[in-house]
Structures are given as structure tokens and as C-alpha cells.
Ligand binder design. Structure first.
Ligand code: 3HC
Ligand code: NAI
Length: 698
């Protein structure tokens, strides 16, 4: 329950805020805080005021759920201004993560003390907004423009030592007792006769305007490249830059105006959707029932692209790893790759060489699978071939302890079938990491028919230890991510055969905000992987399915992308990125001629419409079949594993924003030409009929 209460201890007024779990600043917190400030401010017996928020953390920011809604009560900016002009010394006593509006409240106090592990930040940029309660004006006054802009443009959490060193915090407390810290600091300030110290009047770090101008120009040009498509980073820089030439109250008004522009931007909607979507992923039925097990010892089978990445992800999280490879040569190759990755990190100063040695001491690579006997989890990452995987699992069944969890990193194969060779299939699960597995955050947790709740719960705990973003998926061909990918890849090749250039399609997708175009991704992953999958699926393809052979023609030339220096693009020393392989257009033209298609031209919008329609189409099927629990899980998969722009919220959120009626109309239109591929899914028709969106299913 939200509560703001104040008490008087000797000559100190104490304001305690409580709004679990993270003391977010909701309308009632703002009202309560303002009320307490007014009452204590008017009390002549009080000489100092302490603001604290006992519980998990000092205020973690504005209540994000209120954005875009009409809520009553004072705005936070006004509350902060009222705090700053009080004629009594105001102390903010911090602990936990004072973020966003929380740090803004703290900066409007005259002094700040913080518990030892406190981290502060202004992460509004990650939500598509800017600090709108004086943060863009007060932070530069405390720590200088360069650090303030760095904090606001990255949203990073700054640890207490850095915050103290740079003037954001005045004192580091000895322990976590936030009320005690605040009161004792206020007493010391009063004893020293310390005066009120409004942050708006501190100017020593912002008085060198020439220097600051240069700093801002540099940051501006970097941001133009880094955050080309984004709105709020530029608004943050603008607010700081313009504020320096305005009176403080006018600078605050200007910040407010820019804040409102951000709030109204669709990017804010997309990013806030992503924030809540990423917090919903752990709401899965198995976690309510299952008991997670803390693991220490992991086995990895296969030391190729994925096996090495998974091993590093595990070692980085402190697990000991035994890797199994087929022969000494393969072990040597895997070791070289792992060593090179850590050596690079040492060279870049990310870790020390002692840390590298410590991490490597967790690693053993051998050929004999008997060495897996003491492992608590084994992750298989051998070739994508059902027979090989079954052989491996049958062997694991005899070697590993009965409690050992057996996981497959398969991209597409049926985890139920893999589990069928294990005596106790309740301990079999899919753990679908993404490449490079030591970097990519997404982890699909594939729950097979017989997987136990405990196994699922342990997989989620593992993901947490590895700092991954886990999304639960049911079993189907390709799970959530690759199944959607397969659909839009086919749709994309239809467009190419109909006349669109692969390079045009990639440009449209990059302009939309995707990290890469479809064909860039194929080149990166290796065209041979998709080729092998297509061959595997060929016997099951219906004779009436439209099958475009362009990709096969490309692969038949041995053009697998980056690994062969040639794919849809050309690679190599001195070749500019995104240099098109000129022979691709010839292949496309030949194929169109061969099948008798007269090429038509595609507008950017037509390309985008088809791409989105294909994603949403398969997303809806996945929901219908209950492979994904909710639409926002599909969004999390796409924003964390496939480079879909986070600020668009993910494909399902984007569809909501475009309007499901429009998406359905497009699908209906496409299905007139190709009903086998595009026949509109029931769930989508129902949602449109009932005037509902995907969010209503979240
Ligand atoms: N508003 C509303 N709810 C919030 C919230 C916020 N600012 N921050 C967290 N929550 C909710 C989460 O949704 C979650 O709810 P759930 O249990 O129902 O899923 C719950 O609080 C706990 O959050 P986490 O699971 O994320 O808990 P962690 O301990 O892992 O992390 C945290 C805590 C670091 C505070 C993290 O939640 C976080 O980063 N929160 C957002 C902080 C932020 O962005 N603040 C700025 C807000 S914008 C602003 O202040 C505008 C101002 O300038 C005017
Ligand atoms: P890879 O070909 O790079 O590596 C496979 C390795 O397994 C090889 O080094 C091989 O020697 C080894 N191996 C084969 N049989 C073995 C056995 N019986 N015992 C021990 N080692 C054995 O393949 P990659 O790319 O690492 O893929 C592995 C699995 O991960 C596949 O199922 C793949 O679908 C999946 N995957 C691949 C992704 C990618 O981007 N490459 C992404 C996500 C999953």
C-alpha cells in the first residue's frame, strides 16, 4: 500500500515513503510527498528534513504504468522544485537503486547520503523519454556536462564510489539503515551550521561554456550515428544544451516541453512495452510449481560455434564446464577460439589476465563422455541431426546421474523425440541459445511434453545466473524465434522472385530500425545452415507450396556468406561493408525467367507490409497453438534475439500500434494470390471482430 508519512525527531522532520515493491513515484506518492514537505516546511521548530524510502530501494523512478494516462496530482517536477526552495536543510538518504525520478528527488534535496551498495542513474532514455523532473538541469550541475550526458544517454547505473567521486553523492554511509543514515547526517550538518544548498545554484562545473560547447558538439555527432532512429537521446542533449543558456526556471519549462514530446512519441510506447514484456517472461506456470536447483557443474557436448559460446557463457557465470568433443583436433580448435575470445577481452581491458586465468581454470575439454558423470546439467550442441542427437542422449542416459538435467540446444528439432531415448524424460529440456552464446541475451527455454516443473524452474534459475533473457516456448519446428523467422524468410523470397531486390529489402528493414537486413543475417549465420534445413524439410513439402529456389542457387555456388567471403554481399580486406554481390541480381533474374514470373516493382511500404504480415501471421499461429504463452513473449524473443527494434516494442506490439484490422486486411489481400501461405489465422480474425488487440492477451 502506498504511504507517505512524516514524523518529527527533535528538530528534524523525517519523511518516509513506502510504495512496494520499488517505491515507484506514483501520483499518490507525489501528493503525499508534497503534503509532507508543505507541512514540515511550515513548521518553525524544524531545522532539517530527511527524505527516505525504507524497503527494497529509495524511489526507483516515476511510476511507469502511469505514462500516457491521465492522472491527478502534482507533477514530479513541481514537487522537486518545492523541495529545493525549502529554507531548511533537506537531506535525501539513499539506498538500493535511486533511478530516474528517484534520483531527481534526491538531487533537489540539498545533501545526499547513500548506503554502501547504492547505484544511481537516469535511465529514462531506455524508456524513450528524458529525465523530466529537473534531471537534465541538476545532474550537469553536480557532476559536469560530460558525465551527465553519458549517464543520461546510456541510462547506466553508476556505483556509489563513482557517484561520490563526481559529486552526485556527498557522503557514503557505513550501513544500509537508511533512516538512521539520514537522521545522523542531518544532525551532523546542523552541528556544522551547514546552509541550504540548492543544486540549481551550483555552477562551478558548468561555467566553462566554451569547453562545454565542444563537449556537446562531440556527443551530438556521436549520438547522430549511434541513435540515428531514436528520438529521446537527441531531446536529452537539446534540453542540456538549451538549458545552459536559460534561467533555471525557464530551463525546467523547456525540459518539461521536451519531456511531453517524448511521452507522446510512439517510441516511448514501444520501449515501455519492452520494459514490462521483459518482466512478464518469468510469469510461467511451471515456476509456480517447480523447485529450482542451484547448479555448479555443467557439461557441454560439441565445441563448435555454439558449444564454445555456451561454455563461455557458463564459465562467465562461475559454473565449472566439462566440454566433450569428437577428437583432439576439435578440442584444440575449441580451446583456441575460447582463449582468443578471452585474450581479446584482456586486450580491451574488459577483464584482467588473472580473471582470464581464473575463468579458464573452470574449463576442461576431453573426448571421453564418461567425464560427464558428476555433471548436474549437460547441454548438447552437436550437429543439427536427429540421429546424432538421439545417439548422444541415449549415451547420456547411461553415463549421467539420474538427477542430471539433459538439455539440447537444437534450433529446430523435436525435443519430445530427443527425450524419447531417455528413461526419465522429465529431465529433458530445450535450451536454445543464440549465437554468439556468450554475448546474446536471449535463451529460449523449450518445455517438452514430459519436462518436469523442477527442470523448467532450474532452467530459469540458470538463465538468471547467466544474465540471459529467458522465454518459455513449447515444442514446434523452430520454437518461437526460428519458426517466425522461417515464415518471413519464405515470404521474403516470394517477394524477391516477384521482383524485389534483396538489397532493397535489406535497406527497407534497416531503415525500419532492424539491426540488419534479412540477407545480411543469412550471410552472417551461414547460408549453408538454411540450405541444410530446406533439404531436410523437402520430403515433407506439399506439392502446392510455393518454393523459391533462389537461395539454393546461391548456395550451389558455395556462397555461404561471411564464412566464404561471398554470399548476398561480398566480404574481405578492403571491401566496403554492404557491398552487394553483383551476381545475385543475375541469379534472381534467371530464376524469375525460369519460373515465368514477370518482375514487378515494390515500394518500401509494400516490402515492410509483407515482412510484418508474415511475422505477425506466424506469431498468431504460435499463440493459437499455445507455443508462446503471450504475445509479449514473442516480442521479447524478437527484440533480444533477432535485432527487431526495441523502440518499436516487437512485432506484436508494432502490429497493435499499426492496427490489427490493417494487418488482417493485408493478409487477406496476400491470401488472394497465395491462399496456402497466407490463409488468415482464426485468432487474428477473432481479435479484429471483437475490436481487441494483442495487448489484451498479455
Ligand atoms: N514503475 C512501475 N513499476 C516498476 C517500476 C517503475 N518505475 N520499476 C519497477 N517496477 C515494477 C516491475 O514492473 C516489477 O513488477 P512485477 O513484479 O509486477 O513484474 C517490480 O517493480 C520489480 O521490478 P524488477 O523485477 O525489475 O526488480 P529488480 O529488483 O530486478 O530491479 C529496478 C529493480 C532496478 C528498480 C528495475 O525495476 C528498474 O530498472 N526499474 C525501472 C527504473 C526506471 O526506469 N526509472 C525511471 C522511470 S521514468 C522517470 O522516472 C521519469 C522521471 O524523469 C519524471
Ligand atoms: P558446429 O558445426 O559449429 O559444431 C558442432 C560441433 O559438434 C562440432 O565441433 C562437432 O565436432 C561436434 N560434435 C558432433 N558430434 C559430436 C559428438 N557425438 N560428441 C561430441 N562432439 C560432437 O555447429 P553449431 O553451429 O555449434 O550448432 C550446434 C547446435 O546448435 C545445432 O543443433 C544447431 O542447430 C544449434 N544452434 C546453432 C546456432 C548457430 O547460430 N550456429 C544457433 C542456435 C542453435
Amino acid at each position: 500500500m502506498t504511504e507517505v508519512k512524516h514524523t518529527i525527531i527533535d528538530e528534524i522532520g523525517l519523511i518516509e515513503i513506502s510504495n512496494p515493491p520499488v517505491n515507484a513515484i506514483s501520483a499518490s506518492v507525489r501528493k503525499g510527498l508534497l503534503n509532507s514537505i508543505n507541512e514540515l516546511g511550515a513548521n518553525n521548530l524544524i531545522k532539517a528534513i530527511v527524505i527516505a524510502a525504507p524497503g527494497r530501494t529509495f524511489l526507483a523512478g516515476a511510476d511507469i504504468k502511469e505514462f500516457g494516462k491521465n492522472v491527478d496530482g502534482p507533477i514530479l517536477s513541481e514537487v522537486c522544485d518545492k523541495i529545493e526552495v525549502l529554507d531548511k536543510v533537506v537531506v535525501a538518504s539513499l539506498h538500493g537503486t535511486p533511478l530516474g525520478g528517484g534520483l531527481e528527488v534526491a538531487m533537489s534535496a540539498h545533501y545526499r547520503i547513500a548506503a554502501p551498495k547504492t547505484k544511481v542513474g537516469l535511465p529514462e532514455v531506455l524508456l524513450g523519454i528524458l529525465p523530466g523532473a529537473g534531471g537534465t538541469q541538476r545532474l550537469p550541475r553536480l557532476c559536469g556536462v560530460s558525465m551527465a550526458l553519458d549517464m543520461m544517454l546510456t541510462g547506466r547505473h553508476v556505483n556509489i564510489d563513482e557517484a561520490f567521486k563526481n559529486g552526485i553523492i556527498d557522503e557514503i554511509a557505513e550501513d544500509d539503515d537508511t533512516v538512521k543514515n539520514g537522521i545522523s547526517y542531518a544532525r551532523r550538518l546542523l552541528k556544522r551550521n551547514s546552509d541550504v544548498r540548492p543544486t540549481s545554484e551550483i555552477s562551478d562545473k558548468i561555467d566553462n561554456l566554451d569547453e562545454i560547447k565542444k563537449t556537446i558538439e562531440k556527443i551530438k555527432s556521436e549520438t547522430l550515428i549511434k541513435a540515428k532512429n531514436l528520438f529521446s537521446p537527441h531531446a536529452i542533449i537539446k534540453s542540456v544544451e538549451e538549458g545552459l543558456n536559460l534561467s533555471f526556471p525557464n530551463a525546467i519549462d523547456n525540459e518539461r516541453r521536451l519531456f511531453k514530446e517524448c511521452i507522446e512519441s510512439p517510441q516511448r510506447q514501444g520501449l515501455i512495452h519492452s520494459f514490462f514484456a521483459e518482466r512478464a517472461i518469468t510469469k510461467v506456470p511451471e515456476l509456480e510449481l517447480g523447485k529450482p536447483k542451484e547448479l555448479k557443474k555443467i557439461g557441454v557436448i560439441g565445441g563448435g560455434t555454439m558449444g564454445t559460446g555456451i561454455s563461455m557463457a557458463a564459465m562467465n557465470a562461475g559454473f565449472s564446464v566439462v566440454m566433450i568433443e569428437q577428437n583432439d583436433e576439435a578440442i584444440e580448435k575449441a580451446l583456441t577460439k575460447i582463449n582468443a575470445t578471452y585474450d581479446r577481452n584482456v586486450k580491451l581491458g574488459r577483464i584482467s589476465s588473472e580473471q582470464k586465468n581464473q575463468i579458464m581454470s573452470l574449463f576442461t575439454a576431453v573426448t571421453n563422455m564418461d567425464n560427464l558423470i558428476d555433471r548436474e546439467l549437460v547441454i548438447e550442441a552437436v550437429f543439427e541431426n536427429m540421429e546424432i542427437k538421439k545417439q548422444v542422449f541415449a549415451k547420456l542416459n547411461t553415463i549421467c546421474s539420474k538427477e542430471c538435467i539433459l538439455a539440447s540446444n537444437t534450433s529446430y528439432l523435436d525435443v519430445n523425440e530427443i527425450a524419447s531415448v531417455v528413461e526419465n524424460p522429465s529431465r529433458v529440456i530445450g535450451l536454445h541459445f543464440f549465437s554468439p552464446a556468450n554475448i546474446m541475451k536471449l535463451l529460449e527455454i523449450v518445455v517438452a511434453d514430459k519436462t518436469s516443473d523442477d527442470t523448467v524452474a532450474t532452467a530459469f534459475l540458470l538463465a538468471k545466473r547467466m544474465k540471459k533473457v529467458p522465454v518459455r516456448s513449447g515444442v514446434c519446428d523452430g520454437f518461437i524465434g526460428n519458426r517466425v523467422l522461417s515464415k518471413y524468410l519464405i515470404g521474403t523470397y516470394h517477394m524477391v522472385e516477384d521482383g524485389a531486390s534483396p538489397f532493397h529489402i535489406d535497406t527497407v528493414l534497416r531503415n525500419f530500425g532492424c539491426a540488419m537486413g534479412v540477407f545480411q543475417v543469412i550471410d552472417l549465420a551461414g547460408g549453408d545452415i538454411g540450405w541444410a534445413t530446406r533439404k531436410r524439410k523437402a520430403p515433407f513439402r506439399h506439392k502446392d507450396d510455393r518454393y523459391v529456389e533462389i537461395a539454393d542457387r546461391v548456395c550451389e555456388n558455395g556462397w555461404f556468406g561471411q564464412k566464404t567471403s561471398k554470399g548476398y554481399y561480398l566480404y574481405g580486406d578492403g571491401i566496403k561493408p554492404l557491398t552487394a554481390n553483383p551476381e545475385i541480381n543475375i541469379i534472381c533474374e534467371n530464376e524469375r525467367q525460369r519460373v515465368g514470373i514477370k518482375p514487378k516493382s515494390f515500394s518500401d511500404q509494400e516490402i515492410l507490409d509483407k515482412y510484418i504480415a508474415a511475422m505477425v501471421f506466424e506469431g498468431v499461429k504460435i499463440l493459437q497453438e499455445k507455443i508462446a504463452i503471450r504475445p509479449s513473449d514473442i516480442d521479447v524473443v524478437y527484440t533480444n534475439g533477432y535485432g527487431f527494434p526495441r523502440w518499436r516494442g516487437g512485432p506484436m506490439k508494432y502490429a497493435d500500434m499499426v492496427g490489427l484490422d490493417k494487418i488482417l486486411l493485408n493478409i487477406q489481400k496476400f491470401s488472394e494470390e497465395d491462399p496456402r501461405f497466407w490463409s488468415p489465422p482464426e485468432l487474428l480474425i477473432d481479435l479484429v471482430k471483437n475490436n481487441k488487440n494483442f495487448d489484451s492477451l498479455n
